[in-house]
Design a protein around this ligand. Structure first.
Ligand SMILES: Nc1ncnc2c1ncn2[C@@H]1O[C@H](COP(=O)(O)OP(=O)(O)OP(=O)(O)O)[C@@H](O)[C@H]1O
Ligand SMILES: [Mg+2]
Length: 261
């Protein structure tokens, strides 16, 4: 069940944010949304999750317009990690995780919880107060909560979708790679992943498809090496950007100050 955007235009408060988007995101792949602050990545992810109605155009999931899907039907097809998540109550880590687990009444809640904690390297932290965790630890709890909702990757009704808005923004390099490796394994098991990332090197490493958003449009789409050219990246980020290429890997970026040779 692919996700397809057809001539999609998205608005916030009546202001058009993105116009005329056409793309496909396939299960089994990691699709990464990149673009500068305010370019509409979160807005697009909200629309793909069915939480924001398009101003015009449509989004289909397996050929069905998601505008016609009920909230329970959407919840059964995708799990979303928001860019920021507020936890209003003095919950423990286990209580936050149960919010995800209970959405899909798992027979083995306790075993699943301990496996999820281990997956995000928070083994033994179940009883810690959520508010007493570091920023990166909280981000990993939220990720575990979302992973709980897409277990396993493929159901009899089709693949599930993991939609992650900046899932590694607070994480050290080891945990960044741990999380993206988990996303990669979810995709390898047949699930679909759409992630927003600001780290362009991580993007080049993990993305099967990159969607570059800038100036109210989809500036480019495709494999990292095709999308992440000097000219396009410099245009999108309004800064001179020079991509490099290692012999055995994709493009990588060494940031430079304006005017540097
Ligand atoms: N709830 C909202 N109401 C009105 N305008 C909004 C709302 N959310 C976002 N916007 C505006 O829409 C545009 C796109 O915002 P969006 O959050 O999608 O950007 P983004 O690409 O995710 O940026 P960032 O990298 O900073 O997270 C911005 O100009 C923003 O100010
Ligand atoms: Mg955002």
């Amino acid at each position: 069940m692919t996700i397809e955007a057809h001539n999609l235009t998205l608005a916030r408060d009546g202001r058009t944010i993105l116009a005329g988007l056409d793309f496909t995101a396939a299960p089994g792949q990691i699709t990464v949304l990149i673009g500068p602050n305010g370019s509409g990545k979160t807005t697009l992810l909200s629309a793909l999750a069915g939480d924001l109605r398009p101003q015009s155009g449509r989004i289909t999931l397996g050929g069905t317009d998601i505008a016609g899907l009920s909230a329970p039907a959407l919840a059964a097809r995708r799990a979303v990690l928001a860019q920021e998540t507020q936890v209003a109550f003095p919950f423990t880590v286990a209580e936050v995780l149960r919010l995800g687990i209970e959405t899909r009444s798992h027979p083995s809640g306790a075993a699943l919880m301990s496996r999820l904690l281990a997956e995000v390297d928070l083994h033994g932290m179940a009883d810690r107060p959520y508010h007493a965790l570091s920023g990166g630890e909280r981000q990993r709890v939220q990720l575990a909560r979302v992973l709980a909702q897409v277990h396993p990757a493929v159901t009899p009704q089709g693949p599930l979708w993991l939609m992650l808005d900046e899932p590694v923004s607070s994480l050290d390099i080891g945990h960044q790679l741990l999380v993206m490796d988990r996303a990669r394994r979810f995709a390898a098991a047949g699930g679909g992943v759409i992630a927003v990332l600001h780290d362009l090197n991580l993007t080049a490493m993990v993305a099967d498809q990159v969607l570059l958003l800038a100036d109210g449009a989809l500036l480019a789409k495709g494999r990292p090496a095709g999308v992440m050219t000097d000219a396009r990246m410099s245009q999108a980020y309004r800064w001179p950007i020079r991509m490099n290429r290692a012999p055995d890997s994709g493009p990588f970026l060494l940031p430079q100050m304006a005017g540097a040779a």
